[in-house]
Design a binder for this molecule. Structure first.
Ligand code: PHE
Length: 341
């Protein structure tokens, strides 16, 4: 019996050496020490053994079991260590490896220019306000001194929602909304979409953006308008860019002026972009028509003001030398990607 127990012990110790994961280790343990295991079997078979031998055999079995349990414990520790090492090896991250470039988005050229415009004008003390795109005829036309049947309405190719509601054709109705609700001094700019029933081409779109400015106070003169726009031109396009005023007509300003800026591409020398004139037309402006002031409830004997409105697509394309307005709307990433940084 002693030999048999020793044989089991030796053989199992040998097997334990080659068990190299916790599963096979467990299999060995169950086969020898489990309920139906080899060693347990010997204890169970004790009935057939002479009574005086029983304590001896019991002792041998227990000794063998103790040895085996110790050996299993050792083996388990080793296996656990090895498995941990393996896992660490697998999960290793090489922090010196080069990473794929992160592709960050970029601002749309219109957004870049808009941010600059707002910076420039808020820097001069203007407050940025907004107005609705679906606008009452009353604000878009009537208070802008463009009554029904006025020929200026045709020039604007208006989208009518119904007789009294339009998609605003310019940002000027925001002037009326501000003048009818505030008292001077007023100094606001307003940016947003405007709509005209135009075919889309290189210089037209049925939806485009304007930036409107309005100043009303005592003793405001055309000189203030000129000074404001000169500063704006210089800040947007750089030193040397200035304004040229040409007489014009808008029902809501009197007198009115179209304003050209020095061509930023050739600095006034003349090029393809300015058609060799050295000037680019960018905005409409004028002194707020006293009739408009009165209609909006402002005393035109006490107060005067100026207003201007500019097309933002044009400003943006001039700045970046983009030849066609449609690039701004098509959102081709090959175009947009160029405005990084
Ligand atoms: N609203 C005019 C337009 O859309 C521009 C303008 C604004 C002219 C303010 C004068 C004063 O063409």
């Amino acid at each position: 019996m002693r030999e048999k127990i020793n044989e089991i012990l030796e053989r199992t110790l040998e097997e334990l050496k080659s068990a190299n994961d916790s599963q096979s280790l467990d299999a060995v343990r169950v086969r020898v020490l489990g309920k139906k295991g080899e060693l347990t079997g010997i204890l169970r078979g004790m009935g057939q053994v002479a009574a005086d031998m029983r304590p001896k055999i019991g002792q041998w079995v227990n000794e063998a079991r103790e040895k085996l349990e110790e050996a299993i414990g050792e083996a388990q520790k080793k296996i656990a260590e090895r498995e941990l090492e393996k896992r660490l090896e697998n999960e290793k991250v090489d922090v010196t490896m080069p990473v794929e470039g992160r592709s960050a988005g970029s601002l749309h050229p219109m957004s870049i220019v808009l941010e600059q415009l707002l910076d420039i004008f808020t820097g001069m003390g203007f407050e940025a306000v907004e107005g609705p795109e679906v606008e009452l005829d009353h604000y878009n036309f009537e208070l802008m001194n463009i009554p029904k049947n006025h020929p200026a309405r045709d020039a604007q190719d208006t989208f009518y929602i119904d007789d009294n509601v339009v998609l605003r054709t310019h940002t000027s109705p925001v002037q009326a909304r501000i003048m009818t609700t505030r008292k001077p001094p007023i100094r606001i700019v307003s940016f947003g979409r405007v709509y005209r029933a135009d075919e889309a081409d290189a210089t037209h779109s049925p939806v485009f953006h304007q930036l409107e400015g309005l100043v009303i106070d005592e003793d405001i003169s055309m000189g203030d308008l000129k000074g404001t726009l000169d500063t704006f031109a210089r800040r947007l396009y750089g030193e040397g860019v200035t304004t040229r005023f040409r007489p014009s007509f808008f029902p809501f300003t009197e007198p009115s002026a179209e304003v050209d800026l020095t061509c930023a591409a050739c600095r006034g020398k003349g090029c393809r972009i300015c058609k060799d004139t050295g000037w680019i037309e960018v905005l409409g402006s004028g002194m707020v028509n006293p009739k408009v002031l009165e209609m909006c409830g402002i005393d035109s004997r006490k107060y005067s003001g100026f207003a201007f409105g500019m097309g933002v697509e044009r400003l943006s394309n001039l700045k970046y030398n983009v030849p066609d307005m449609r690039y701004l709307y098509e959102n081709d990433v090959r175009f947009l990607r160029q405005f990084r940084g």
